[in-house]
Design a protein around this ligand. Structure first.
Ligand code: SF4
Ligand code: FES
Length: 247
């Protein structure tokens, strides 16, 4: 496949960015999107140009680093996949592909397609954990009965990889799907109950402090989430917040 790429180039956080056109040739339909970007970067390096900066780590849908907005969709046109899992067979020979960073005030662009997602880390630090005695007296998790339904729902919530596609997709740049998942994975389990009130109050307060928008129930986040995180997690977070606020 031969493709035209329109890519957002931005030298650093304080520079003004712009879309720049590139062409890549002989792209195999079996390549991943990031492999196609590697081909472009090799081409740029060989011609003495600055390669396009983009985030990536695991390249198998686990780390959530590969944040790209492709043809107007977070992680591109496929469903249930991250950019690193997106295959070039989703495109046709001669296509023009637009590639931008995830855009949200709380995710400032650092360079080209790389955004600063530390806001998510700060929300996690505010309460996305449980305190466990690790001195050797930790209770065996298997000795605490948990219903299959609760275990399954907690596991589903815990599959959130913190990629930020929900924020990038949302017209309000809301982080409620992410925070809802992180609150839910503990709220559903007995181990999460002790710190439940502080957790939800602190995580939601940090989310607001970071400048994420509110949820207006559009549901775009759920559609674009590569891990299929359900809107039910936002409803659960709101219930947890209500309970904690009245305590
Ligand atoms: S909820 Fe989905 S889209 Fe949002 S950060 Fe988690 S995995 Fe990514
Ligand atoms: S590079 Fe890790 S999820 Fe894409």
């Amino acid at each position: 496949m031969n493709l035209t790429l329109k890519i957002w180039r931005q030298k650093d956080a304080s520079s003004k960015g712009q879309m720049v056109d590139y062409t890549v040739t002989d792209i195999s339909e079996h390549m991943s999107f990031l492999e196609m970007m590697d081909v472009l970067n090799e081409q740029l390096v060989n011609s003495g140009e600055e390669p396009v900066a983009f985030d990536h780590d695991c390249r198998e849908g686990i780390c959530g680093m590969c944040s790209m907005y492709i043809n107007g969709e977070a992680h591109g046109p496929d469903r249930g996949v991250t950019t690193c899992q997106l295959h070039m067979r989703m495109f046709k020979d001669g296509d023009t592909i637009t590639i931008e960073p995830f855009r949200a005030a709380a995710f400032p662009v650092i360079k080209d397609l790389v955004v600063d997602r530390m806001a998510f880390e700060r929300i996690q630090q505010a309460g996305g954990y449980i305190s466990v005695n690790t001195s050797g007296n930790t209770q065996d998790a298997n000795s605490i009965p948990i219903s299959k339904h609760a275990a399954d729902e907690a596991m589903d919530a815990a599959t959130c990889i913190g990629c930020g596609a929900c924020v990038a997709t949302c017209k309000n740049s809301s982080a409620m799907l992410f925070v809802g998942a992180k609150v839910s994975q503990y709220a559903l389990l007995p181990q999460g109950q002790v710190e439940a009130s502080d957790r939800v109050l602190n995580m939601v307060a940090q989310m607001d402090l970071e400048g994420f928008g509110n949820c207006t129930n559009t549901g775009a986040c759920e559609i674009e989430c590569p891990k299929g995180i359900s809107l039910e997690n936002i409803a659960r977070m709101n219930r947890e917040l209500m309970k904690a606020s009245y305590k």
